[in-house]
Design a protein around this ligand. Structure first.
Ligand SMILES: *Cc1c(COP(=O)(O)O)cnc(C)c1O
Length: 429
């Protein structure tokens, strides 16, 4: 497979963009080799600048549940774009999309649109602090909530300590109010709440973790968080930027029957255009400016093209049976992939929920960041390179989730399984 044009494009981009990219994981540093530069996408496929085609399991990191360039989304954008692209004045599109979000996501009564998932979590945390009058946060190791200063935290020494910055440029005072705990460990959470519960504004998590690879919540974990936060007057925030409209129309909260106080959305909500949102009970959201004192704003928030793309996407996924069909075909494919992994020598396990999954190079279950860290990253790198050279675009990191879209079908799955058979072999040292 010739990738000369991608190599040249990468050389050129490195002259003007730090690392040649606008988001670090795109640089392929975790898997070796160099990124492909994409020319276009259609359905489940992307084509690079050299004309190579790949079955895409990244799907823009989750948003493209309908696949690339879905006709409904393309038409909605075409219909709208000639009418003006941004006003900074209310449009009815915002109300229409808000109604769809509120009717889909069980705990949301009011919603505010922003431009990214990062903005959604940043603003939800501010609302939680403003509403409770408290400042401490609890987050879980391995959950990613965008690049918000207070949430880019790594564990300090010992259990249940306050975290330290996970990046230079973040003052320790900013992360000093954020406690970081192991995911799926209700005992550690209860101890932290025993010590600090009355000071905790919010407990924030991915209800299904997708940013350390796919890690489902342990039985009783979400219910335990819900019960204790309700007792202590802390808000429970579900970061459903990935899981929202992915594990079902109502997200993880609907699937597991646990309602958070605030929810963060992004990714699928914009159908491939930049959209985020946060929201929750009316009584909480009322603190937000201009109704209340908590300030938050955005020049391009509720952008008409972005709203239109979200409306087209949600319009399709809210059709009866959409998730049954998607999850069933994804489930069959994932089972076959597990079969291939089983045939291959050595430790590989596949974890999944619905149309999201991760192939971990490890034999024991991945339940938290510690177990995820135990994966064989060299093998993953070799697997990734072997998949890419056979025309399958896998996320370029072990700690990411693969996505199946509505556009993936028999042809794509067959090709992927054949490639995976060889790539599992190629990953053996
Ligand atoms: C992607 C992601 C974010 C950040 O969203 P951006 O749009 O990249 O800022 C936040 N939380 C979770 C769970 C995500 O997966």
């Amino acid at each position: 497979m010739n990738r000369d044009k991608s190599a040249k494009a990468f050389e050129a981009s490195r002259e003007v963009l730090p690392g040649g990219v606008n988001s670090p994981v795109r640089a392929f540093r975790a898997v070796g080799g160099e990124p492909i530069f994409v020319e276009k996408g259609q359905g489940a496929w992307i084509e690079d600048v050299d004309g190579n085609r790949y079955v895409d399991y990244v799907c823009s990191w989750g948003p493209l549940i309908l696949g690339h360039a879905h006709p409904d989304v393309v038409k909605a954008l075409r219909d709208r774009i000639g009418l003006g692209t941004s006003f900074g004045i209310p449009t009815e599109l915002e109300t229409r999309l808000a109604r769809k979000v509120i009717s889909a996501v069980p705990s949301m009564e009011r919603v505010r649109f922003v431009n990214s998932g990062t903005e959604a979590t940043m603003s939800a945390v501010r609302v939680a602090r403003g509403y409770t009058g408290r400042s401490k946060l609890i987050k879980f190791e391995g959950c990613y909530h965008g690049h918000v200063d207070a949430l880019l935290v790594k564990a300090g020494s010992g259990a249940a300590t306050f975290g330290s910055p996970d990046s230079p440029g973040i003052p320790p005072e900013v992360t000093g109010e954020t406690m970081i705990l192991p995911y799926n460990d209700l005992g550690a959470f209860e101890s932290a709440m025993d010590a600090h519960g009355g000071e905790v504004a919010a407990v924030l998590l991915e209800p299904v973790a997708g940013n350390m690879g796919l890690v489902p919540p342990a039985e009783g974990f979400l219910a335990g968080l819900r019960e204790r936060t309700a007792q202590s007057g802390s808000l429970l925030i579900f970061d459903e930027v990935i899981t929202g409209f992915r594990v079902g129309l109502g997200g993880a909260q609907e699937r597991f029957g646990i309602l958070p106080d605030l929810t963060c959305l992004g990714k699928i909500l914009g159908g491939g255009l930049p959209v985020g949102a946060f929201g929750g009970r009316e009584e909480i959201m009322r603190v937000l400016s201009p109704e209340g004192p908590v300030y938050q704003a955005g020049t391009l928030a509720g952008n008409p093209l972005a709203m239109q793309s979200g409306l087209a996407t949600l319009g399709r996924i809210e059709a009866p049976g959409f998730y049954d069909t998607l999850n069933e075909k994804a489930g069959q494919f994932i089972q076959a992939l597990e079969g291939e992994a089983h045939e291959a020598e050595g430790a590989i396990r596949v974890q999944s929920i619905g149309s999201m999954f991760t192939v971990f190079f490890r034999s024991d279950p991945v339940v938290d960041f510690g177990t995820a860290s135990g994966c064989d990253l060299d093998r993953f790198g070799a697997f990734h390179r072997a998949m890419l050279s056979q025309g399958v675009y896998w996320p370029p990191s072990q700690f990411e989730t693969c996505f199946v879209s509505e556009a993936h079908g028999e042809e794509e799955f067959a090709r992927t399984l054949e490639a995976a058979r060889k790539a599992f072999q190629a990953s053996i040292p």
